[in-house]
Write a protein that binds this ligand. Structure first.
Ligand code: FES
Ligand SMILES: [Fe+2]
Length: 405
């Protein structure tokens, strides 16, 4: 994040506070069709485009602490085995034996001594996914070991974070994320540590809750006694990037305000002034939202469970604290955050009831909710407009408002 960007944000926030209307030339949004939240045909297209062909956050390297450590990751709907190899590289494969599809591992996480033995007939693979042994070799005619390694899944790192993508032809993660990796150098990504992970089930379509984390228009209503006391939503600035990513910058009401729950916690040594003075919340398309702070950050990851239920995961990360236990202040900080999360989720089941009723005609968005429109435009681009029933399409409106860096 360079100085010019920081200065630009400060000027934009002043402008946003004072403006009397959206900027000249900003379009009105047609309603987002309500069917996008319930129609089985549309949801099937969304499933294929988002969860099978997107870069998705999988884990932090601290969850793969040793060579041979693995995680079985099933959130895309496929069983994916993520392994730390003998060279410390993290790789991903389908947990699918090349003989007849038996599982290599069954536990959600564990450590392999040096490879994986299929539970069905004993074919054996090394940590790099190569087939190295099998029972009764004499009974296979011309079996080529080299062609029977585990099928790989794209797996790339942003610092200590591991992302996977089931699309073998996907653009490289760091290119796909555009300016975000450079913005995040200030969080010391090579040494950032994992603090805690927990998850919460919510009875709504995944997009109902995700939408809520892309705007701050709701602060005065559902966070009246919490976030609204220290954030000024009317000064919010937004940056839209290609591939659906975006950033929302909301100023503190008072300059110099510091979250009381973080006082005394260690900060990232190279953090810039921006996360000190503003609340910065990134959306890494499609399902990762992170409000970053000088003392650490949560990855809020949104996963569909069914058409009308979802799970939100909160993974917390902090500056490297060296040896010993993490700062005990993290307990309170995470508890405080849970209270705010409860405020955000409180209406979700009722909104889902509405979404499923004839009363729900669509979503009418305003200028400060434009990240939601940007998100939906990107979904249509990924699905391919022609594949979508015209009744459920979103008309592109934000072309001239997306920047490349
Ligand atoms: S399915 Fe794996 S050894 Fe047969
Ligand atoms: Fe909120």
């Amino acid at each position: 994040m360079d100085a010019a960007f920081i200065e630009r944000v400060k000027a934009n926030v002043d402008y946003q506070r004072e403006r009397k209307a959206p900027p000249d030339g900003f379009p009105s949004f047609p309603p987002i069709p309500g069917g996008r939240y319930i129609d089985p045909g549309f949801l099937a297209l969304e499933d294929a485009a988002l969860w099978k062909r997107a870069w998705l956050y999988a884990c932090h390297i601290d969850e793969l602490p040793e060579q041979g450590s693995y995680i079985l990751f099933k959130k895309t709907g496929s069983p994916v085995l993520i392994v730390r190899g003998k060279d410390d590289r993290v790789r991903a494969f389908y947990n699918t034996c090349r003989h007849r599809g038996g599982p290599l591992v069954k536990e959600a996480a564990g450590k392999s001594r040096g490879g994986f033995v299929c539970g069905y007939h004993g074919w054996t693979y090394d940590l790099e996914g190569k087939l190295v042994n099998l029972r009764d070799r004499r009974d296979f005619v011309d079996l080529d070991f080299d062609c029977h390694g585990l099928v790989g899944v794209r797996c790339e790192r942003l610092g200590n974070w591991v992302f996977i993508n089931e699309d073998p032809d996907a653009e490289a993660l760091l290119e796909h994320l555009g300016p975000i990796p450079a913005h995040w150098q200030q969080f010391d990504l090579e040494t950032i540590r994992h603090v805690d992970s927990r998850s919460y089930d919510v009875a709504c379509n995944v997009k109902v809750l995700l939408d809520a984390f892309l705007e701050v228009y709701h602060l005065k209503s559902i966070h009246k006694d919490t976030v609204d006391r220290f954030l000024d939503h009317r000064g919010t600035d937004i940056v839209l990037w290609p591939n659906g990513h975006s950033l929302m910058i909301t100023p503190n009401r008072r300059d110099g305000w510091v979250d009381p729950g973080t006082i005394g916690m260690a900060e990232f040594p190279s953090v810039t002034e921006l996360p000190q003075r503003f609340n910065l919340s990134y959306n890494l398309y499609p399902n990762l939202v992170t409000p970053v702070a000088p003392t650490g950050l949560p990855f809020l990851v949104f996963w569909p469970v069914s058409a009308n239920s979802m799970r939100i995961e909160c993974h917390w990360f902090a500056p490297d604290w060296g040896d010993g236990e993490r700062d005990p202040l993290w307990e309170t900080r995470i508890d405080n955050f849970e209270r705010i999360l409860y405020e955000d989720t409180q209406f979700a089941p009722q909104i889902q009831e509405s979404v499923e009723s004839p009363g729900f005609k669509g979503i009418s968005l305003n200028y400060q909710e434009r990240r939601i429109y940007h998100w939906h435009e990107e979904l249509d681009r990924r699905i391919g407009e022609d594949a979508i029933d015209p009744a459920y399409r979103v008309t592109p409106r934000l072309d001239g408002f997306v920047e490349s860096a």
